[in-house]
Design a protein around this ligand. Structure first.
Ligand code: S3P
Length: 168
């Protein structure tokens, strides 16, 4: 991979990842989509039928398999929080970019989303708590952070390219 995007649900990883990949002419890989394709069912179904632990196992296997592919990888919001994924991301030479976003922005983006089981279960207060619990890990695993609240997706892409201009 050329770069790996991490960040909370609704931080724009997928949108920015697609744009960044297109801009530099490499494929975009979305970890959630890989898990869904491998499992043959949606994330919502995996959580409902097999539970979160099973989802995390599938997610870890998908991350391990994707690391050597070329392109930009967008992870799931919980990916870098799992200790085995955290270690894998820390040890890799691939730059890890944190897309950060305020809780209020996240809630606005996710409130009508029916495909994110955690967001649905938790509500606004729960999302704020969960983000608070995760923020340190996001910071520790990433090489740099882009605060995206007041930036368009293209501006986020440019901020990433500016940081990584030598490699990308
Ligand atoms: C999750 C985030 C989701 C998806 C799953 C769990 C999380 O990915 O992997 O629903 O634990 O934060 P997005 O960040 O792409 O929504």
């Amino acid at each position: 991979m050329r770069a790996i995007l991490v960040g909370f649900m609704g931080s724009g990883k997928t949108t920015v990842g697609h744009l960044l990949a297109a801009k530099i002419g490499v494929p975009y890989h979305d970890l959630d989509d890989i898990v869904v394709a491998n499992a043959g069912k949606s994330i919502k179904q995996i959580f409902a039928e097999e539970g979160e632990a099973a989802f995390r196992q599938l997610e870890h296997q998908a991350l391990e398999a994707a690391m050597d592919d070329d392109g930009i990888l967008g992870t799931g919001g919980g990916t870098p929080i799992q200790p085995n994924n955290f270690e894998m991301l820390k040890q890799s030479d691939v730059p890890v970019v944190l897309l950060d976003v305020l809780p209020a922005t996240i809630f606005n983006r996710l409130k009508d989303d029916t495909d994110r089981p955690l967001a649905k279960q938790l509500g606004l207060d729960g999302l704020v708590d969960l983000k608070g619990q995760r923020d340190r890990k996001y910071e520790q695993v990433s090489d740099f952070r882009v605060a995206t609240d007041n930036l368009s997706p293209l501006e986020v892409v440019e901020a990433i390219r500016t940081h990584l201009f030598i490699q990308l």
